[in-house]
Design a protein around this ligand. Structure first.
Ligand SMILES: C[N+](C)(C)CCCC[C@H](N)C(=O)O
Ligand SMILES: O=C(O)CCC(=O)C(=O)O
Length: 470
């Protein structure tokens, strides 16, 4: 959830002035601090609060005695854990047995479940539970002889009844940006990204995770070096345009990218069920002409402004599916499955997770109830207004040696028209390959507390079976 904490609601801002020049707004997760340059559009410069809200579950009616270990007791269908700080959580017996991660129940190398969930009696109940230093020990009934141990930090992280606060958030903060990002664009040097210790690679991918894009400077202006760089993130995603592309304005493929016309801010692959995660561009040369500037727009930033100032339009863009196609070559007609199922703004758990927008590739809007049609067009007009505002647009002239990688689920890209001979190369990487690499590098450089707490007795290969991502 991206929220801004401020003493002045943004709603006091005049309806049509949406520029938040220079705001860099971080998502609010467990802590929030806002950095912003007061915008002339603000009726009054809001004081951004910074707060680290740590709420305590005070639902418990029990006063659980403080002790060096959490308390544990068996209820009729759940085990109740009383943590040292007074918080408590309950876990169903069935859930505990299903989540045993001893070597018999969970493959310690493949990290796959071995226990047969469906042979666990629905009314299974522990014979005994005991609080041990390494975690909750559960002794299951002799009819189902088994002893399980659940690390305390893992139980707390996975609490669901209730879900305890302050669990280390596994999703990282997002820094939303407008045109002022041009002052400090996220950049990592090629020599760092290609260093064998992967620290620079982690910095690069972390930039993408945080900002939705990042440059790499000092890259040899060759397809070979660029391809190798992309593959440090993950294998290249092959599409109807090939694998690693080296393209120019020759219409060699049935898409306007292979022309010299201007392309408005868009995300690629809206015609795929699963649009690529990353898109990499490296301008190798541009001679005998001009133009061809690259446009980047933070779709999450634009969406956050739309949500604040035109919540009804935000709602429409979050609900109405948009059909799309790629049909520029006789050998294929791509449409997502199901066609028209995916809105401009997708959400999960109430959070904006993906922007899908390419008005050029949009097919016929033939599923809208007639009464909603004008509202949808009004919504995309507002959306376009936010995307194309000088406050949102970040124009940058790429040059040989500078690679840009873009999170195609968040940042829109485009280009200005150009003349002359322009050669661009790059590739797609799947969203899961990108996120997997980020997970692996986080595990290496910034391991989460649960993994740290449990690795001593939860891993055979350096990856804890209690890793909270599993
Ligand atoms: C392969 N390369 C990136 C050069 C061009 C791909 C065309 C992308 C298409 N216009 C879309 O919006 O998905
Ligand atoms: O040529 C460019 O700079 C970008 C082309 C483009 O938008 C694309 O290939 O998706």
């Amino acid at each position: 959830m991206l929220r801004r904490l401020s003493s002045t609601s943004i709603k006091n801002i005049p309806k049509n002035s949406f520029a938040r020049r220079g705001i860099i707004t971080k998502s609010i997760r467990l802590k929030c601090a806002q950095v912003h340059a007061a915008s002339p559009h603000f009726a009054s410069t809001p004081r951004w609060a910074s707060t680290a809200a740590a709420l305590k579950i005070s639902e418990s009616t029990e006063t659980i005695p403080r002790s060096t270990l959490p308390s544990s007791r068996i209820d009729d269908r759940k085990v109740v854990i009383g943590f040292e700080n007074g918080e408590w959580a309950r876990f169903h017996h069935m859930w505990l047995r299903d989540h045993c991660r001893c070597p018999q129940c969970f493959h310690s190398v493949t990290k796959q479940r071995l226990v047969n969930t469906f042979e666990i009696p629905r009314d299974i109940k522990p014979m005994k539970v005991e609080s041990k230093p390494e975690g909750l020990e559960v002794i299951w009934p002799s009819s189902q002889p088994h002893v399980s141990i659940y690390p305390w930090s893992w139980l707390r992280h996975n609490s669901y009844d209730p879900q305890l606060p302050n669990q280390q958030s596994l999703s990282s903060e997002k820094i939303l940006w407008g045109s002022k990002i041009c002052e400090t664009p996220p950049t990592v040097a090629y020599e760092d990204v290609t260093a064998s210790d992967d620290r620079g690679l982690y910095k690069w991918i972390s930039n993408v995770d945080k900002f939705g894009f990042s440059f790499v400077s000092g890259v040899p202006a060759t397809t070979e070096a660029t391809e190798e760089l992309v593959e440090r993130i993950g294998f290249i995603r092959k599409t109807q345009y090939g694998e690693f592309w080296d393209f120019t304005a020759d219409l060699s493929r049935g898409d306007t990218a292979y022309t010299n016309i201007a392309l408005g801010a868009h995300t690629d692959n809206t015609y795929f069920t699963d649009p690529c995660g990353l898109q990499v561009f490296h301008l190798l040369s541009h001679t005998e002409g001009s133009g061809g500037e690259t446009l980047l727009v933070d779709g999450f930033y634009a969406a956050s402004l739309l949500k604040e100032l035109h919540p009804e339009a935000y709602e429409v863009l979050s609900k109405v599916g948009v059909p799309a196609h790629a049909a520029g070559e006789m050998g294929n007609i791509y449409t997502p499955t199901p066609q028209g199922a995916y809105p401009v703004l997708s959400h999960a758990n109430g959070e904006l997770t993906q922007v899908r927008w390419n008005n050029d590739d949009r097919s016929v809007m033939n599923r809208l109830p007639p009464a909603d049609l004008e509202a949808w067009y009004d919504a995309i007009r507002l959306w376009n207004k936010f995307l194309t505002s000088s406050d949102s647009e970040y124009w940058v002239q790429l040059s040989p040696g500078t690679v840009v990688v873009v999170d195609n689920h968040r940042v829109l890209h485009g280009r200005s028209a150009f003349t002359g001979k322009r050669r661009m190369c790059g590739a797609y990487v799947g969203v899961d390959e990108y996120r997997s690499k980020l997970n692996v590098l986080k595990e290496k450089f910034e391991p989460d507390q649960v993994s740290l707490d449990t690795t001593p007795y939860g891993s055979s290969d350096g990856r804890s079976v209690w890793n909270p991502l599993l």
